[in-house]
Design a protein around this ligand. Sequence first.
Ligand SMILES: Nc1ncnc2c1ncn2[C@@H]1O[C@H](COP(=O)(O)OP(=O)(O)OP(=O)(O)O)[C@@H](O)[C@H]1O
Ligand SMILES: [Mg+2]
Length: 237
Amino acid sequence: MEPLLKVSSLQVRYGAVQAVRGIDFEIREGEIVAFLGANGAGKSSTLNAIAGLADVHSGTIEFAGRDITAMAPETLTPLGLALSPEGRRVFPALSVAENLLMGAYSVRDKAKIDTAWERVYSLFPILHERKDQLAGTLSGGQQQMLAVGRALMSGPRLLLLDEPSLGLAPLIVEQVFDLITILRDQKVTIALVEQNVAKSLEIADRGYILSGGKVVGEGTATDLMAEGGFEDTFLGA
Ligand SMILES: Nc1ncnc2c1ncn2[C@@H]1O[C@H](COP(=O)(O)OP(=O)(O)OP(=O)(O)O)[C@@H](O)[C@H]1O
Ligand SMILES: [Mg+2]
């Protein structure tokens, strides 16, 4: 079967800085695929390039059998691709409900938006309790849930999650990882960028290790976990 996402020879540059140096990977429907690596390895640049937020210097990105290289985010959302960006970029001066609605900007059908709202509120009851509260007044964990919830509002087939557990208290980290497995059970395919190697490999099917803008390791989560020793790669990057 064709993979849902196929990235070939991807390069991302910011002026003179080469963030991604020709990487290849694929994600099959229904998988959770982890992308692991040190600060500056090129993880966010890779996700942002897929989501149309970073310029692709060269290479191709195919999604559901279609070339989406350099497509704009607003074109990608209706195709079934959504990103929850690093650093929980919620709109602090908008309410929780208004933030969620922003994620559904490509959805024209009011009934579909209501269904999406219900789904997000059932996944995150706390967001329902606080739906009229300004997002800026939420705790860090709640803002992270809001960022993920907003990405889910468009009903994505492929969800790109950039460091969803960063800076959260241990109990909330557990909740975030539990949520990812619930989403997989709901047939959402997931690309997961994380610093939490152990937890990511626990829930992922496969993983890619990035270093210096290259893929330096890949395998099933079980094999990667058994291999271990990524600390050197991470610290040495
Ligand atoms: N907007 C930008 N302009 C210039 N350089 C950038 C920009 N974004 C990232 N970079 C550089 O590109 C390289 C890869 O960064 P990227 O953010 O993709 O890494 P990362 O693996 O997500 O790191 P982290 O774990 O810190 O989030 C780094 O050298 C970084 O400094
Ligand atoms: Mg990053």
